[in-house]
Design a protein around this ligand. Structure first.
Ligand code: PRP
Length: 224
C-alpha cells in the first residue's frame, strides 16, 4: 500500500504531491538541511543540521489523509487511540486532531532500543494502560515499524485485553529490517534503511523535537 514514490529517493508515499513540501526558504523540504529551529542553516544551532527525508508539510498532508481514512472506516464509532510512547507522541497528537470521531486517547510506554540505534529485541513496558480497553475499538499508533518486534508484541498484549477490535497505524515502515511480519492497517510512508530522527523519533533520546523527519548519518551514531 501507499506506493507512489515521493520526490526524494528512498521514500514511498501515498497521495502527496511534491508541491506539498514547497517552502520559500527550503526549510522542511526533502533533501534540504535544517537545524532544530527549522531554518536551513543556523550557525548557533545546538544540534547538527541534518538532511530532511520527509518535510513537515509532507508529513502534515499525510496525517490529514490518514485521519480521513480512519474516520471513514470507523464511521462514527467511538475509538481509543493508543499512543505508543515515546516515539509516537507527536504523530498521535497530530493524528488525533485529524480524526472527527468520539475519541479517547490512552498511552502505553515501551522501549526496545535503549540508547542504541538497533533494537535490543526485548520489548519492555515502561508504562501500562490506566483504563481498561475491553470492548473498545482500539487503534495502536506507532511512529515506526522497523524490525516489527515492538508492534507484534503490542498487538498480542492489546488483544489479550479483549478489545472489540484492534488495528495498527504507523507513520513509517522500514521493511528492509523486518524480523516479524505485522499488518499495518494505516501506513504513512515506506522508507529505505536510513536511521531517521525527528517528529518524535529519537537517537539516544535526542532529536525528537525536530519538526521534519531527518536522516541521522552514521558519523553521528555512537553505539557502545
Ligand atoms: C521505537 C519506535 C517503535 C519501535 C519500532 O521505540 O517508537 O516503538 O522502536 O522498532 P521495532 O519495529 O524494531 O520494534 P523505542 O524502543 O526506540 O522507544 P521510544 O519510542 O521511546 O523512542
Amino acid at each position: 500500500m501507499n506506493e507512489r514514490p515521493s520526490d526524494r529517493p528512498g521514500v514511498s508515499s501515498g497521495d502527496v504531491s511534491s508541491d506539498d513540501a514547497a517552502a520559500s526558504d527550503g526549510a522542511g523540504v526533502a533533501g534540504a538541511r535544517v537545524s532544530p529551529s527549522g531554518r536551513p542553516s543556523d550557525p548557533v544551532a545546538p544540534l547538527p543540521s541534518l538532511e530532511v527525508l520527509l518535510g513537515r508539510d509532507q508529513i502534515s498532508a499525510k496525517v490529514a489523509e490518514l485521519g480521513r481514512r480512519i474516520a471513514d472506516d470507523y464511521d462514527g464509532k467511538p475509538l481509543v487511540l493508543l499512543c505508543v510512547l515515546k516515539g509516537s507522541f507527536i504523530f498521535a497528537a497530530d493524528l488525533a486532531r485529524c480524526i472527527p470521531l468520539p475519541l479517547r486517547v490512552e498511552f502505553l510506554g515501551v522501549k526496545s532500543y535503549g540508547n542504541d540505534s538497533a533494537s535490543s529485541g526485548a520489548v519492555q513496558i515502561t508504562q501500562d494502560l490506566t483504563r481498561p480497553i475491553e470492548n473498545d475499538h482500539v487503534l495502536l499508533v506507532e511512529d515506526i515499524i522497523d524490525t516489527g518486534l515492538t508492534a507484534h508484541f503490542l498487538l498480542e498484549l492489546v488483544s489479550a485485553r479483549r478489545p472489540k477490535s484492534v488495528r495498527l497505524c504507523s507513520l513509517l515502515h522500514k521493511p528492509s529490517r523486518q524480523e516479524k511480519s505485522v499488518f499495518i492497517d494505516y501506513l504513512g510512508f515506506t522508507i529505505d534503511d536510513y536511521f531517521v530522527v525527528g517528529y518524535g523519533l529519537d537517537y539516544a533520546q535526542t532529536y525528537r523535537n525536530l519538526p521534519d523527519i531527518c536522516i541521522l548519518p552514521p558519523s553521528l551514531i555512537n553505539d557502545e
